[in-house]
Design a protein around this ligand. Structure first.
Ligand code: UTP
Length: 288
C-alpha cells in the first residue's frame, strides 16, 4: 500500500470568534506566525506527507486563502524586473508546482464533521488526511501527518493524533479510551466529544490531525448533531472504530494551539527562538 496520502482536507470554515475583531476580515488561518500564515505551515506538512491535492473547506468570507495560493503575476513580474530573486522564490514557493488546490464551501458552520463531509465529492473512497491549521505542530524529524500516514499505510487503519492534556481541560477536546500497542500507538476502544473531567475516560485528547478512510463520509451522513448542536467528527470516528481498527497516535513533536491567543504567542516565541536574528530579541523580551 502507498505510504503517501494524496489528498488532505483543511476545514477552515469556522468563524474564528476567539480572534475577533481581527477575524471580522482576516481568516484565522491567515494569521501569521513570524512571516508565514498558519495555513502555510499546514500545507507544507501535507505536502511532506505526500499530498498532491489539497481540499480547502471554506466559507464565503475566506477568499484570502484562495488568493494566497494563487499565482501573483503582477507582484512576481515586479520582483523579477527588480532582480529580487530571493523574494520571487519566497512568493513562488508557497505551493509546489505538482500540487493542486480545490475549494469547496461549507454553506453554514455546522461543525467540524459537517465541514469534512463537504469534501466528500473530491475525496471519493480513498484514505485521506485532515489538518486543522490552528494546531501548529513542530517536529524534530518527519512532520506529524507523515508519521501518521506511514502508520496508517503499514496497518491499513485510521489514525488520529492524540496528546495528553490537563484533566481539567477534557471538556475542550475529543477524549479517547485506547489500548497501547506500541510506544506511541494505541488501539481506540471508545471516543467521546468534550466530556466533563469526571466523566472523561482518560486525559488523551484528539488534536488536529487525522488519517481516515473514505468510509467515514457515509458514517458522517448518518451522524446526528452532537455536542453543541454540531456534527462532530469524533462521533463518526466512534462509529468507525466499531467496524475497523483506528489508532490513537502520540506524535513526536510539539503542538501549539494557535486557535487561542496564548498558543499563537507561544508558537511565535518558539519559532523566533529558532531564528538566529530574532532569538536575542526573544531572550530580551523574556527577561524584560
Ligand atoms: P474551532 O472549534 O476552532 O472553531 O474549529 P472556530 O470557529 O475555527 O474558532 P472559534 O472557536 O470561534 O474561535 C476547529 C476547526 O474546525 C473548522 C475550523 O475552521 C477549525 O479549523 N470548522 C469548525 C469548520 O470548518 N466548520 C465548522 O462548522 C466548524
Amino acid at each position: 500500500m502507498s505510504r503517501h496520502l494524496h489528498k488532505v482536507v483543511f476545514p477552515v470554515a469556522g468563524l474564528g470568534t476567539r480572534f475577533l475583531p481581527a477575524t471580522k476580515v482576516v481568516a484565522k488561518e491567515m494569521l501569521p506566525v513570524l512571516d508565514r500564515p498558519l495555513i502555510q505551515y499546514a500545507v507544507d506538512e501535507a505536502v511532506e506527507a505526500g499530498a498532491d491535492t489539497l481540499v480547502f473547506v471554506t466559507n464565503r468570507y475566506k477568499h484570502a486563502i484562495a488568493d494566497y495560493f494563487d499565482a501573483a503575476y503582477e507582484l512576481e513580474q515586479k520582483l523579477a524586473e527588480a532582480g529580487k530573486t530571493d523574494l520571487l522564490e519566497i512568493v513562488r514557493s508557497v505551493l509546489p508546482a505538482h500540487v493542486r488546490c480545490v475549494f469547496v464551501t461549507q454553506p453554514e458552520a455546522r461543525g467540524l464533521g459537517h465541514a469534512v463531509m463537504c469534501a466528500a465529492p473530491v475525496i471519493g473512497d480513498e484514505p485521506f488526511g485532515v489538518i486543522l491549521p490552528d494546531d501548529l505542530i513542530r517536529t524534530p524529524h518527519a512532520g506529524a501527518l507523515k508519521q501518521m500516514a506511514e502508520l496508517a499505510a503499514v496497518r491499513g487503519c485510521g489514525v488520529v493524533a492524540v496528546e495528553e492534556v490537563p484533566r481539567a481541560q477534557t471538556h475542550k477536546y475529543g477524549i479517547v479510551d485506547a489500548e497501547p500497542i506500541s510506544e506511541r500507538a494505541a488501539r481506540l476502544r471508545y471516543v467521546v466529544e468534550k466530556p466533563r473531567p469526571e466523566e472523561a475516560p482518560s486525559n488523551l485528547a484528539i488534536v488536529g490531525r487525522y488519517v481516515l478512510p473514505g468510509r467515514v463520509f457515509e458514517l458522517l451522513r448518518t451522524t446526528a448533531p452532537g455536542s453543541g448542536g454540531e456534527i462532530q467528527l469524533t462521533d463518526a470516528i466512534e462509529a468507525l472504530l466499531h467496524e475497523r481498527e483506528v489508532l490513537a497516535y502520540r506524535f513526536e513533536g510539539t503542538r501549539f494551539d494557535c486557535g487561542t491567543k496564548a498558543g499563537l504567542v507561544r508558537a511565535t516565541l518558539a519559532l523566533a527562538r529558532e531564528d538566529p536574528e530574532l532569538a536575542p530579541l526573544v531572550g530580551a523580551a523574556a527577561s524584560g
